[in-house]
Design a protein around this ligand. Structure first.
Ligand SMILES: [Zn+2]
Length: 532
């Protein structure tokens, strides 16, 4: 496991591009902010994580508290649904983030991101540096002369929107009255920006408007006429597709409460400040289960799913130290979770959040909110008749909702392992079952029949595993490429193979090499992957 705070995101992003994991979308046109494309290795990695989830949640669902396998079925619903779905779900009215606009540079900012962005702001850093204070300082001593100097020189470029820069005489006159006083950094910023409340723009120092609501859904039109009657949305979550099919599943699948419906798919949110690589993007993938149960049993199932999901993330190789279960504060709860047990986040220590954590999955008690809403808006009965209890009710829902894109990012961060001793200086320590390439086959040199033996081995292994055969360059460079791709095993055909029918196996993590019989390679791989 890597120490997350020492990983540089720039280096990880560079490796992802260099080795074909993830590229900026529309890159030849300069990219499109908040959108990413998965390259050949990234696609394999994402599919492996996705398939593992489907296997562990649906095909071989977890064992419940009573020792019996849970009943979970899968669906794959439409990205575009009836516009009334999003009114019923609360997304049209309530899916808003408070936004602020900078009056100077016109940038749009999420109000809840401003404080964090300001802490990382370059002009704030420069301003504090003129007072010999660091970024973490909470108080500074006012030196009006130094601030005036900065405003007249570097400040013009660093913070063109800051009042101190635009009206230097007026603002420094105010600062001179406080000369030598020790004041809070926030107060100094307010003085420099000439604002009475809130914070100045993290980009330019300008004044921000009061927060106002901004809907995060992408709008589109169905059919040829672009009017309000035909307006609908790209789904902002996969969950609603499940609620819409709850009745269909009940009627066709012989399921009884409690049971779950699972879905993996894309969702879209027009994030105002997409950032941190694929962590906050505008198009992303979710892996969700809606678990329907009797209202009285909801607390029990809520606890079950919190623990179950944390264990699952561990099972795909995320380190225990990098995972955190965190209960939401009341003011953070989504509109559907205001009552009930609340929401638990399973968080991961990403390099850009370290030493803190960022959300990887949320386990929410959605109560009967969604079914109630659809029952009312669609004027259709969604109650369940429980034969055992002889009772009719709307089930409660526990929702473990994981980010597939965020999962890929967590797996990439966890795998990224610097190693100055290796030619590649870094290797990707993927869980062998998630690795985009499971094994590589190399002939040591391209002569003496070695390529033919390697090719035959490759043809045999590729039937069951994701394997690459590489004959180019020296063996050190080929190992380095596979280290960066995170390939756990490399098999090399050399001169000894010609005499004793054995090959070298190189283990990615230990660099250990051993010889095994050529005809035992398939069995070796099967055993290693099963044991991991
Ligand atoms: Zn600005």
């Amino acid at each position: 496991m890597s120490s997350q705070s020492t990983i540089s995101m720039d280096e990880l992003v560079a490796l992802c591009k260099r080795r074909g994991f993830i590229f900026p979308a529309s890159e030849i046109y300069g990219g499109l902010n908040g959108f990413w494309d998965y390259g050949p290795l990234g696609t394999e990695l994402k599919n492996n994580l996705r398939d593992r989830w489907w296997q562990d949640m649906v095909r071989c669902s977890p064992t419940g508290p009573d020792g019996e396998p849970l009943s979970i079925v899968g669906v794959d619903t439409s990205i575009i649904q009836h516009p009334k779905v999003w009114e019923a779900s609360g997304h049209v009215g309530g899916f808003n983030d408070p936004m602020q606009t900078c009056r100077h540079c016109k940038k749009l900012l999420r109000a809840d991101h401003v404080a964090d962005m300001l802490r990382e702001s370059e002009w704030r850093h420069a301003l504090l540096a003129t007072l010999d204070a660091g970024d973490d300082a909470s108080e500074v001593t006012v030196v009006a002369g130094a601030l005036r100097n900065w405003a007249q020189r570097k400040g013009k470029k660093a913070a063109p929107g800051l009042a101190l820069v635009r009206q230097v005489d007026e603002v420094t006159a105010a600062l001179e009255r406080r000369n030598g006083e020790t004041i809070a950094v926030d107060e100094l910023l307010a003085l420099a920006a000439q604002i009475t409340d809130g914070a100045p723009c993290p980009h330019c120092g300008g004044d921000l408007t009061a927060p106002r609501q901004f809907n995060l859904m992408f709008e589109t039109y169905v059919g040829a006429v672009r009017d309000d009657d035909n307006k609908t949305y790209l789904r902002p979550e996969t969950a609603q597709g499940i609620f819409l099919n709850y009745r269909n599943v009940l009627d066709t699948m012989r399921v009884k409460l409690p049971f779950g419906i699972a879905q993996i798919g894309k969702a879209f949110r027009n994030e105002v400040t997409p950032r941190n690589f694929i962590f906050r993007s505008r198009e992303f993938e979710q892996m969700e289960v809606e678990w329907f149960c009797h209202p009285d049993d909801a607390p029990k199932w809520y606890e079950f799913w919190c623990a179950q999901r944390r264990d699952w993330w561990r099972s795909v190789g995320l380190g225990d130290d990098n995972l955190l279960l965190r209960s939401h504060d009341a003011d953070e709860l989504a509109h559907y979770a205001k009552t009930g047990c609340g929401t638990f986040d399973i968080e991961y220590r990403f390099p850009f959040t370290a030493p803190g954590y960022g959300e990887l999955e949320g386990v929410a008690h959605r109560t009967s909110f969604d079914l109630e809403q659809h029952q009312e808006h669609a004027r259709t009965k969604l109650e369940y008749f429980d034969q055992q209890r002889n009772e009719r009710y709307l089930p409660h829902v526990i929702e473990p909702s994981g980010g597939l894109s965020r999962g890929v990012l967590a797996v990439l961060c966890e795998a990224y392992t610097p190693d100055p001793e290796r030619p590649s200086k870094v290797y990707m320590k993927f869980h062998p079952r998630l690795a985009p390439i499971q094994a590589a086959v190399f002939p040591l040199v391209a002569k003496d029949g070695m390529p033919e033996i390697a090719s035959k081995l490759y043809q045999q292994l590729r039937q069951r595993y994701v394997v690459q055969c590489d004959v180019k360059q020296n063996i050190g460079k080929r190992y380095a490429r596979m280290d960066e791709a995170g390939t756990p095993y490399c098999f090399t055909v050399d001169s000894e193979t010609l005499t004793d029918q054995t090959v070298t196996v190189r283990h990615r993590d230990t660099l250990q090499q051993e010889r095994i019989a050529l005809d035992a390679v398939g069995g070796f791989l099967a055993e290693q992957l099963a044991a991991s």
